[in-house]
Write a protein that binds this ligand. Structure first.
Ligand code: 6PG
Length: 253
């Protein structure tokens, strides 16, 4: 297998410019995917960073540019809370974006967090992925990811057994440090994507961003390092604050 492509690091002036670039990249990926394959399947990131980009996609001009009728939305991970819980990644994206665009309701594939136990959520999502992609190894057109200050991404936390899952498409796990259950896509799915875009903003991410991009390879310790699309592009959209500790040569266009 060819070595993974090197990450493309794009430094935006500030969080607002990062959101604009992220929304533009989303729209571009959607248009290219539909033109090439007739559909666009994307996994959304949770957390706070993507909120501003989702808001831009819910409004003109980007709202009109995205082929929503051919778009299918999934999530990279979810908190095991009800879908209307303030902590829900589904609720966040639905409130800010999905409720405001003409995406068919059956194209919105949330984790069924009402199922119990948590493993049943992961199993059902796996079934939904296989049914939608009609294959055993889903290849997303775009996966958006964030990065925590501890280097986690999606709900793949440092030293988590989930980092070693090679068969399942999604797993449930208990995040002891959060005292909460999570469900997450696994690396086989995340690294199958055509395009992965990380969004990292703010000075609090700077130290970890340097470790992940320029530190020695320790994906157990810094799970964001484990994201290396086999045959896809890896793009880091960061703002100047997050890139504060990167060497100027580290940044691309
Ligand atoms: C979540 C996300 C998580 C997030 C990072 C960054 O469910 O919270 O999947 O991986 O992307 O923790 O979060 P912020 O964007 O809030 O910094």
């Amino acid at each position: 297998m060819a070595p993974a492509a090197a990450p493309e690091v794009i430094v935006c002036e500030n969080a607002s410019d990062l959101a604009k670039r992220a929304a533009r990249e989303f729209s571009r990926a959607a248009q290219e995917s539909v033109a090439s394959r007739g559909r666009f399947r994307v996994a959304l990131a949770g957390g706070s960073t993507p909120r501003a980009a989702y808001a831009l996609l819910a409004n003109a001009p980007l709202r009109q540019q995205v082929p929503w009728q051919q778009t299918e939305v999934f999530w990279g991970d979810e908190r095991v809370v009800p879908p209307n819980d303030p902590a829900s990644n589904y609720r966040m994206a639905h409130e800010i974006l999905l409720a405001h665009v003409p995406i068919p309701p059956d194209h919105i594939h949330r984790f069924r967090t009402e199922l119990s136990p948590p493993d049943a959520i992961a199993r059902q999502y796996e079934d939904e992925l296989r049914a939608s992609f009609q294959c055993t190894r889903p290849r997303f057109d775009l996966i958006l990811l964030g990065m925590g200050e501890d280097g986690h991404t999606a709900s793949l936390f440092p030293h988590s057994a989930a980092l070693h899952e090679e068969r399942k498409l999604a797993v449930a796990l208990y995040a002891a440090h959060l005292q909460a259950y999570r469900v997450t896509l696994t690396l086989p799915v995340l690294n199958e994507a055509r395009l992965v875009i990380f969004l990292a903003s703010g000075r609090t991410k700077a130290e970890m961003l340097r470790h992940v991009l320029r530190g020695e390879r320790q994906p157990e310790r810094w799970p964001a390092q484990a994201i290396q699309p086999h045959e896809g592009r890896l793009v880091w959209l960061v703002d100047r604050d997050a890139a504060a500790t990167l060497h100027p040569d580290d940044a691309g266009s």
